[in-house]
Design a protein around this ligand. Sequence first.
Ligand SMILES: NC(=O)C1=CN([C@@H]2O[C@H](COP(=O)(O)OP(=O)(O)OC[C@H]3O[C@@H](n4cnc5c(N)ncnc54)[C@H](OP(=O)(O)O)[C@@H]3O)[C@@H](O)[C@H]2O)[C@@H](O)CC1
Ligand SMILES: [K+]
Length: 514
Amino acid sequence: MKIFTAQQIREADAYTISQTPISSLDLMEKAAIACTAWICRHYSEDTPVYIFCGMGNNGGDGLAITRLLRNRGYDAHAYVLHHSSKTSADHTANRQALQQQYPSAIHDIPENGLLPRPDAHALIIDAILGTGLSRPAEGWTAAIIDQLNELKAAHHIVAIDIPSGLQADASSLHTPVIKADQTLSFEFYKLAFLLPENAGYVGEICILPIDLSPDYIAQTPSRFNITDTVQIKNIYRPRKPFSHKGTFGHALLIAGSEGKIGAAVLSAKACLRAGVGLLSCHIPKCGYEIMQISAPGAMCFIDDQKDHSSSFHNHIPNAAAAAKYKTIGIGPGLGTAAGTCWAFEKLLDHYQQPMVIDADALNILGGSPALLDKVPAGSILTPHPKEFERLFGKTANDMERLQVLSDHAVKRHLHILLKGRYTAMAFPDGSIWFNTTGNPGMATGGSGDVLTGILTSLLAQGYPPEEAMLMGVWLHGRSGDHAAAECSEEAMIAEDIVEFLGKSFLQLRKDHSC
Ligand SMILES: NC(=O)C1=CN([C@@H]2O[C@H](COP(=O)(O)OP(=O)(O)OC[C@H]3O[C@@H](n4cnc5c(N)ncnc54)[C@H](OP(=O)(O)O)[C@@H]3O)[C@@H](O)[C@H]2O)[C@@H](O)CC1
Ligand SMILES: [K+]
């Protein structure tokens, strides 16, 4: 699914109106009908509804929703905030329609006027500012936003299209923004919804289709996108009947140190469960029995060292030897001992195929920019926000961080995924994809190690890095969702993500039964 900028959304709107029989007022009606249906599904008819409307089309939506809720028997009132002297045509048309049917439902609040005090249990609808926000809210508008946010403790706030004050395509850090419990947005996610810094504003998101022109959507390029199940199904390659284990690649996993062998085990189990043909693990001596017992499907190389690894580079003594392993996954629980750093550098001297780099291997790269330059093109890096900061430095806000993420992916020809609620995946072509599977139950130790195992497995099976990244992150999140559904977000642990990988793969299969 494409994520369009506010400007592109305006163009989609204009294109739809000019190329299809629908008028702009009809489009607003469609949007209002979809919002009203959602509200009626979630709030009973005896809920008083306070709809705060701005002077543009977002306010027009609010006025139309007021009328439609009244038609359904709700005690809905529109409070029109005169924050601007300009009124949009569709706002005016909807004001007239409401005035005609329900004149007592309209309440004008002049600039610097006071807001009403909502009844207990009233629902608040924020239809003040939408994608037409042209500057951060200030003065009276900012004061209104602050006042409505103070009501949040006692009232639910539902934002129409986007919480007022939130910029769709730029950072809104340190500016006044409505803190909605729910955002009902039209047709597309806005980029701002996917940034962690806006989590407190957007609340739950529901995307309501309003039939904007499919032609415009198909022909308009978008740098930002969201993965979906259909796309992952198209990436997924079912196994052919005459396959053997050699068909699905041999991966080398370099992981674990004393006290962190569990990370290596989780990663190995995930790699096996995600379908790798053969897996060899390089671990320090202290992890041998643990790994052999926990993951009997994996072969083990034992390092000379007891508590950390420092000789794994010996598997790739020259460039020709690199062919033995289709890919290498390195990092989970690895530690950053001097010998480990040294061996990692030596490994990068000869291994030039795309690999998966995670956790301590990222921390080693963060301490050595020269080493970062040696990472093979096409590799997948999997930092969480702290690791990202160690690698690429601090940024002022999430939008800037997204740009830095993309810049490094382009400059270094890497695939870099920044883990989060909506993991952001940056590609060497400058595009960024967001993943929406997953849940807060996955914020648990070992979850990242599982992802490394899955990605390593998919690379070993011959999925190109870009497909491995999209599919691996989707599978990881979907398996976490299955785990949470089965045993709750609280009780689920990283092993459960591995256990449910099978169920996620089954979802990708097309049914060819006769
Ligand atoms: N996409 C679609 O297909 C559809 C979109 N639809 C809806 O249209 C919405 C976009 O509407 P829009 O373009 O009229 O802009 P909108 O957000 O109402 O704001 C404009 C007003 O705000 C003002 N203003 C701006 N910044 C301000 C500030 N900081 N502080 C104070 N004032 C500020 C600005 O005035 P000015 O800047 O001139 O002072 C103007 O008065 C969209 O979000 C969705 O809800 C649906 O109806 C159906 C289909
Ligand atoms: K709004």
